[in-house]
Design a protein around this ligand. Structure first.
Ligand code: PLP
Length: 396
């Protein structure tokens, strides 16, 4: 038999990238400052690729809540929720999340990835899942593990989705998966269109709100609230690693479905429960999300400025409407060189290359947060201008 280790090599492009000193991954942050900056390789850099849109991960209220929980409950949960890992703190968070989202119940999971993976328990081999082409790996893995038939429609393409629905197998169940706010493009899922099609074809709609819950909608309840379609979504998933400034995830929806998932979702049943620190931090974050709407406004205003400045310089920034701004480069090598040039200019951004994005669509993912000052936004734009000119990506 063949040796599986013999096949374990990185993508060919990473060799020249590493030789150039432009390998952008696993860069260790030594300290995260409350100013939204990070200490990497002994230098203070502006964080420009963070998912911590509300700037809560360094907020003293979250840190205090996490420390209090550790003192009371320790550092771990000793087992999965099903057996011995359930805390009253988890139940408090689940009750608060369900009330916040106007759902009957919620189930807290160890990560956002595992919340999405739990959705796989809803479908099986005879069923069909219709999914946007850009959905997150965790949703794709949920479908793969369920062995349901996966049919992907072009990003936000309602005609394509409608055709797939029309040709679906009526003897199996149908589920549509989309994101509220797409993590690589910053675009919003076309919920009005998708929800209309789901209703017309009698299929369920599950919405991954990882990036938008906390950020969008007047009350921070995400893309569904933004579109006034909270009732049209059958299940919501959340990730606390973005607006909630910690780690963990949740599924929220009808009580009966949450009870079913608690017993049938393998990512829930066979993984240790969310830590006391993260659970308490998520509760503190929810308090802030509910009472400080100015944070999401600031993040969105900062993003609008950044987007206008970057596209004004001549960068292709796509159709983003949110805090995520993709700067399209295309080629992997060029993308990593731009990442390194930005790093040298004092900006810590994120390089996204295939398979996180489609082939030939490598990009630098810039994100704005509530913590960014105008001076920091200037620093980001100035760095892009200098680096983009050096690499011939923009004129001037
Ligand atoms: C859209 C989306 N869903 C789910 C996840 C998974 O969340 P977590 O990192 O909290 O496990 C991510 C994280 O990258 C994401 O971008």
């Amino acid at each position: 038999m063949l040796d599986p280790f013999a096949r374990c090599r990185l993508h060919d492009d990473f060799e020249p990238v590493t030789e150039m000193g432009a390998y952008p991954y696993y860069r260790a942050v030594r300290e995260r400052l409350a100013t939204g900056e990070v200490l990497v390789d002994g230098r203070v850099l502006v964080a420009a690729g963070s998912n911590d849109y509300l700037g809560l991960s360094t907020d003293p209220r979250l840190k205090d809540a996490a420390c209090r929980a550790v003192r009371r409950l320790g550092t771990g949960t000793s087992g999965s929720r099903l057996v011995n890992g359930s805390l009253s703190l988890h139940e408090e968070l689940e009750g608060r999340l369900a009330a916040f989202l106007g759902q009957e119940a919620a189930m807290v999971t160890p990560t956002g990835f595992l919340a999405n993976l739990a959705l796989g328990a809803l479908v099986g081999p005879r069923d069909t899942v219709l999914a946007d082409h850009l959905i997150h790996a965790s949703l794709l893995d949920a479908v793969r593990l369920s062995r349901a038939r996966l049919r992907r429609y072009r990003h936000n393409d309602l005609d394509h989705l409608a055709r797939l629905l029309e040709s679906g197998d009526p003897s199996g169940a149908g589920l549509i998966l989309t994101e509220g706010m797409f993590s690589s493009t910053g675009t919003l899922g076309d919920l009005p269109g998708i929800a209309g099609l789901a209703r017309r074809h009698g299929v369920r709609l599950a919405l991954d709100g990882a990036h938008d819950i906390g950020l969008l909608g007047a009350g921070g309840r995400g893309a569904a609230e933004h579109f006034g379609l909270e009732d049209a979504v059958d299940l919501h998933t959340l990730a606390f690693s973005k607006c909630f400034g910690t780690t963990g995830g949740a599924v929220a929806g009808p009580g009966q479905i949450i009870v079913y998932l608690r017993h049938h979702a393998r990512s829930m049943v066979f993984s240790a429960a969310l830590s006391p620190a993260s659970t308490a931090a998520a509760l503190a974050a929810l308090d802030i999300i509910e009472t400080e709407p100015e944070r999401r406004h600031r993040a969105l205003v900062a993003a609008a400025r950044l987007r206008a400045d970057l596209s004004g310089l001549g960068f292709e920034t796509g159709t983003s409407e949110t805090t995520i701004i993709p700067v399209h480069v295309g080629d992997i090598l060029l993308c990593c060189r731009l990442w390194r040039e930005l790093f040298d200019e004092g900006v810590f951004a994120t390089a996204m290359v295939p398979p996180s994005v489609p082939a030939g669509r490598a990009l630098i993912r810039v994100s704005a947060t509530a913590l960014h000052t105008d001076a920091q936004l200037d620093r980001i734009v100035t760095a892009f201008a200098a680096a983009g000119r050096r690499l011939g990506l923009i004129g001037g």
